[in-house]
Design a protein around this ligand. Structure first.
Ligand code: IPM
Ligand code: MN
Length: 371
């Protein structure tokens, strides 16, 4: 079957990591006989430079007409250092999420056995941790009314949620819990925020439709601590936009590197796949960026297209790269590989239908001839 995939490499390390995912997806297409048609478009700082806006109409149209969007990263220090900038690269991603109706951002987090020894957290705390975060993505403080007073002495960001906005993402999270360990934790700040109280009330009501799922409620400050002290307690986490942004960066420490965390943003029709990390501008063009989060996002894209075996094949290749330490410097300090070499390795594992690389006897051969 033929699939149209919009590719939005974006800023900083976005283009180089996305390139590796395309390599991987092309290897998948060859091996499993699919046709992926990739079309690139600008978004973020690069789009502001070229067109004066972070999300040109042509980019939006391309995304709307595609089966899926593969997104790189967004952001540039020249905007971070200028709080008075009128246009910002991040607005491109936020508008894209809103326009495509991507109300749920799904972020799986697990402790990779082969990386546990290098985690700053203790093995006994993180071993076996395996959770999935459902972050609401098109509401809350990110999208509420913003204002700065005329004299510049005060500013405000409104946090608003409707029952409907809470319900649609909550149903997805409950359904996911039913396929996992039947546990859902709602993270909120219901002791202080009115919106959080609406989340609790709505989620408690929805829970009746999913009697097998046990629901826990945690205040976000406590949840931030629990994430480090006892992450194994989490199965499905459901939370609002900003708490989800923060808690998922924190959770990435469990995975070993933020360079490993993939995500899918879904709605009623479109879907977008992106690593959770940012554009890491200091590293751009140096070949040191970890492509695995992007590649794992591409695996989620394959899942979304219904290509389960293909997605598993990509994950198997990533697992092998971690096991054999064919990794970038964030994971492999002493004997690291470049962004492109990691991509080449994944491509060869996927194309290796006779399992030359997977086969233990050929590991050394694989390392010298293929990498
Ligand atoms: C993320 C990012 C974005 C967000 C930024 C780039 C707007 O941090 O996807 O987590 O805050 O949602
Ligand atoms: Mn973030």
């Amino acid at each position: 079957m033929k699939y149209n995939i919009a590719v939005l490499p974006g800023d900083g390390i976005g283009p180089e990591i996305t390139q590796q995912s395309i390599k991987v997806l092309k290897a998948v297409a060859d091996r499993f006989d699919h046709e992926f048609h990739f079309e690139e478009a600008d978004v973020g700082a690069i789009a502001i430079d070229k067109y004066g806006e972070p999300l040109p109409e042509s980019t939006l149209e391309l995304c709307k007409g595609s089966h899926a969007v593969l997104f790189g990263a967004i952001g540039d220090p020249k905007y971070d250092l200028d709080p008075s900038a009128k246009v910002r690269p991040e607005q491109g991603l936020l508008r894209l999420r809103k326009e495509l109706g991507l109300f749920a951002n799904i972020r799986p987090v697990k402790a990779y056995e082969s990386l546990i020894h290098q985690s700053p957290l203790k093995r006994e705390h993180i071993e076996g941790a395996d959770m999935i975060i459902y972050r609401e993505l098109t509401g809350g403080i990110y999208f509420g009314e913003k204002s700065t007073s005329v004299d510049g002495q005060s500013a405000s960001d409104l946090c608003a949620y409707s029952v409907e906005e809470i319900e649609r993402v909550a149903h997805l999270a409950f359904k996911a819990a039913e396929t996992r360990r039947n546990k859902l934790t709602l993270i909120d700040k219901a002791n202080v925020l009115e919106t959080s109280r609406l989340w609790r009330k709505t989620v408690t009501e929805i829970a009746r439709q999913y009697p097998k799922v046990k629901v826990d409620y945690l205040f976000v400050d406590n949840a931030a601590m629990q994430m480090i002290l006892n992450p194994r307690q989490f199965d499905v986490i459901l939370t609002e936009n900003m708490f989800g942004d923060i808690i998922s960066d924190e959770a990435s420490v469990i995975g070993g590197s933020i360079g490993l965390l993939e995500s899918a943003s879904v709605g009623n029709s479109s879907a977008l796949f992106e690593p959770i990390h940012g554009s890491y501008p200091q590293a751009a063009g140096q070949g040191i960026a970890n492509p695995l989060a992007s590649v794992l996002s591409a695996a989620m894209l394959l899942d979304h297209l219904g290509l389960k075996t293909e997605a598993e094949t990509v994950r198997m290749a990533v697992d092998l790269s971690l096991k054999l330490n064919v990794c970038t410097i964030d994971i492999n300090k002493d004997n690291h590989y470049s962004t492109e070499r990691v991509g080449d390795f994944l491509e060869s594992v996927i194309s290796d239908t006779e399992n030359h690389i997977v086969n233990k006897e050929n590991l050394s051969l694989g390392q010298t001839t293929i990498i």
